[in-house]
Design a protein around this ligand. Structure first.
Ligand code: NAD
Ligand code: TYD
Length: 363
């Protein structure tokens, strides 16, 4: 980044990163801990099925990094962390993040995503009030485009699109966004929010479309496509998301929302086909070999048809742009999974297999 430290809107000293052992959180920590050695990073993570300390091995000994196992909804723990570590910045990733699981167990989504966020906001409000220099405080909430609902074939979500969440996951995230904004308007807590499109890349748990497709293709298992595969998602390589978060954290305007997207819209069928073709190429398999694994299955209930974001505020105001094309990002992702079979094996244990057997039976 060309800007200097003094030009930053926000200068972090001690950052509480929640959910830093998950997919996006661990990519963010791996990027930031090395890049900002004078900033302290405290990672609070409950280590659910989606959190994995293996992801963070390369920074676990770093002097500016520390891990704490715990729940964001545990008020005494969160308050103690703010007090003991002099936390002045929060980057809040921790969440239950999978739509299909939210259809089966919505309450756990409310507890982590909504109650957990309000618990953090309360502790942050107190710490901000007690802080020697409250202007140096910032609460950054990471959210999703799913809060806006479902688009038809045309148009884009913008920062002004009304909320219309349609899955339990989206509803719990929408509620958390509303609370974060309520703390800004009611108490003046310095917040910033970003809503991003579908991420993919290293360390993503193989329940989401891209890593699930890679895993099943490696094991010659069916690749489930919901409905006709015509639903559209807007794909963002996780490293590009991390550079966007860095910019928004340091330079974003307090109270603002930024939408993050690289503009790669694809139908699920187009995406899976491209991914399988690239995988076959990387593995030296005959062209089109893995396409035969594509299996159309019963649609997800309430399946949002299309997501697409207009990220012009982020691009114009903060000068962000993605570094990866979709093809480059998919190739990087495939190469990462191929060279980290141990990681895939570790996360796909007996409970993972049992979960997927049940999914297939239900369909
Ligand atoms: P993830 O499921 O991979 O990781 C979530 C992490 O949070 C895990 O490490 C888990 O152990 C931890 N966690 C869960 N409940 C917790 C609790 N109660 N207390 C403390 N830690 C807890 O999720 P992700 O894909 O990395 O998503 C991170 C954030 O980005 C989420 O807020 C999600 O809503 C948002 N987001 C994700 C995407 C995406 O495509 N992955 C897109 C838009 C927004
Ligand atoms: P997913 O990765 O679960 O992300 P989200 O639901 O948050 O967008 O799914 C991406 C798209 O792929 C979504 O339209 C649902 C679809 N999908 C499948 O067709 N098959 C699958 O096995 C999964 C997990 C998702």
């Amino acid at each position: 980044m060309s800007s200097t430290w003094s030009e930053m809107v926000h200068q972090p000293e001690v950052i509480l990163v929640t959910g830093g052992a998950g997919f996006i959180g661990s990519n963010f920590l791996l990027y930031m801990v090395a890049r900002y050695p004078t900033v302290q990073f405290i990672n609070l993570d409950r280590l659910t099925y989606a959190g994995n300390l293996m992801n963070l091995r390369s920074i676990e000994e770093a002097p500016n990094y520390r891990f704490v196992r715990g729940d964001v909804a545990d008020a005494p723990l969160v308050e103690r962390l703010f007090r003991e570590h002099g936390i002045s910045t929060v980057v809040h990733f921790a969440a239950e993040s999978h739509v299909d699981r939210s259809i089966m167990t919505p309450l756990s989504f409310v507890l982590t995503n909504t109650v957990g966020t309000v618990t953090l906001l309360e502790a942050a409000r107190k710490a901000w009030g007690d802080h020697a220099d409250p202007r140096r405080f910032r609460f950054y909430h990471i959210s999703t485009d799913e809060v806006f609902g479902s688009l038809g074939p045309e148009g884009y979500f913008t920062e002004f699109t009304p909320y219309n969440p349609r899955s339990p996951y989206a509803a719990s995230k929408a509620a958390s966004d509303h609370f974060v904004r309520a703390y800004y308007y009611t108490y003046g807590l310095p917040i910033v929010i970003s809503n991003c499109s579908n991420n993919y890349g290293p360390y993503q748990f193989p329940e989401k479309l891209i890593p699930l497709t890679i895993l099943n293709a490696l094991e010659n298992r069916p690749i489930p496509i919901y409905g006709k595969g015509e639903n559209v998602r807007d794909w963002l390589y996780v490293h590009d998301h991390c550079t966007a978060i860095e910019r928004i954290l340091l330079f974003g305007r307090t109270g603002q929302t930024y939408l993050v997207s690289a503009g790669y819209e694809r139908t699920n069928l187009e995406l899976v086909t491209q991914l399988l073709d690239l995988l076959d190429e990387e593995l030296g398999r005959p062209a089109g070999y893995s396409r035969r694994l594509i299996t159309f299955v019963k649609d997800r209930p309430g399946h949002d048809f299309r997501y697409a974001l207009d990220a012009s505020r982020l691009r114009q105001e903060l000068g962000w742009q993605p570094a990866y094309t979709l093809e480059e990002g998919l190739r990087e992702t495939i190469r990462w999974y191929l060279s980290h079979r141990d990681w895939l094996e570790a996360v796909t244990d007996a409970s993972y297999r049992a979960y997927y057997e049940k999914q297939y039976v239900l369909r």
